[in-house]
Design a protein around this ligand. Structure first.
Ligand code: PMP
Length: 361
């Protein structure tokens, strides 16, 4: 397909072309049923097979140990900001938060009405350009979990040193879901909106340690309870069937590529090209973030002036390299390089960066 662009949008974002084409082929008549998957009952056997397969693939591809259950929920990552404290912070337990940037701040703000939460490390003094060293995180008494935002989509930093503390970790991995292995033994829960690495917008995926479900808050509306979704296998209510169907296909695509390690290697290679273009530019391109915490998914960079940044974004767009403008709150440029971004896309961007610098030095 010749009119596809390289889409560097932070989310929703690029999805694997072969998945889109497969969805297109199947859309009108799903497996000879005479209807599309999005027109049939979520209790139909055809949908049930899709649902169960997506669930088991999510566990398999992300190398999730069997102590965990996977849930597909609506409300994106935002609903998880609230569901987490609602379910876990009852009976006087407290939630500790690493405030590493925009999204950690949002998680903390949304947790406040629903539980006793506090900031265990604040990156404000560093303008949110780095993650904490594990020993910088200060826990207080009665802490139920430490919440981390493993990849800050706007700030362009990621957590490489997972804290090993006396409390379980909870991670918002929205912008790097299934792009790297994680030490599951330290986690009670991992969640993320799916609209970056896994599929179209409209759901969050939640991995929850099954042993904690017995102790979660029961005094909540049914949709807000993790234990209910676990028991009903994410079919408590009508699930986002189309999203789950596409996620299943993306997960199979990841499997065909070689699984998590292959995906991680590709992420390192793609991001490596862009960071190299930055580092070899004699300061023309500037990465504002600490070198050891550089995100592999969202590469943020500045040019010598805002005028040059605008020109860079316009000229790259004309080349079919789209959505390179940084988030409105921080400015600059941002290349989001999620799992479905081909290596060639990153290579084309790196080449354009060299060329732009030569022409606008
Ligand atoms: N956390 C992170 C790290 C994100 O990048 C985003 C969305 N960009 C969110 C949370 C919010 O996700 P949602 O829109 O699914 O609520």
């Amino acid at each position: 397909m010749s009119n596809r662009v390289y889409n560097f949008c932070a989310g929703p974002c690029t999805l694997p072309l072969e998945v889109l084409e497969e969805v297109q082929r199947e859309l009108v008549d799903y497996q000879g049923t005479g209807m599309s998957l999005i027109e049939m009952s979520h209790r139909a056997p055809e949908y049930d097979a899709v649902h169960k397969e997506a669930m088991s693939l999510a566990l398999e591809v992300f190398e999730v140990p069997e102590e965990f259950s996977v849930l597909f929920l609506q409300g994106g990552a935002h609903l998880q900001f609230a569901m987490l404290p609602m379910n876990l912070l009852h009976e006087g337990r407290r939630g500790a938060y690493v405030h590493s940037g925009h999204w950690a701040g949002a998680a903390l703000r949304d947790a406040k009405p629903h539980g006793d939460v506090y900031t265990a490390w604040d990156g404000e003094g560093h303008h949110y350009t780095r993650m904490p060293a594990p020993e910088e995180i200060a826990l207080e008494e009665n802490t139920r979990f430490l919440h981390v935002t493993s990849n800050e989509t706007i700030g362009g930093i990621r957590m490489t040193r997972w804290p090993a503390l006396d409390v379980p970790l909870v991670a918002d991995m929205s912008s790097e879901l299934m792009s790297r292995p994680i030490p599951w033994e330290r986690f009670d829960l991992v969640y993320g909106g799916v609209q970056k690495n896994l599929g179209p917008a409209g759901a969050a995926v939640v991995f929850v340690r099954e042993s904690i479900l017995g102790g979660t808050n029961r005094a909540l509306a049914s949709y807000l309870r993790y234990d209910v979704h676990h028991e009903k296998q994410s079919l408590h209510n009508t699930p986002p069937v189309f999203v789950i169907y596409v996620i299943g296909k993306v997960l199979k695509w990841m499997q065909r590529k070689g699984g998590l390690r292959a995906v991680e290697r590709e992420a390192e290679a793609r991001a490596g090209l862009i960071y190299q273009a930055i580092d070899e530019s004699d300061g023309y391109y500037r990465s504002p973030v600490a070198a050891e915490d550089r995100s592999l998914m969202n590469v943020v960079f500045r040019l010598p002036s805002e005028a040059l940044e605008s020109r860079f974004v316009a000229q790259s767009k004309a080349r079919g390299l789209v959505s390179l403008k940084g988030h409105r709150s921080v400015g600059g440029c941002r290349a989001s390089l999620y799992n479905a971004m081909p290596y060639e896309g990153a290579a084309a961007l790196a080449e354009f960066m060299h060329e732009f610098r030569r022409g606008n030095g």
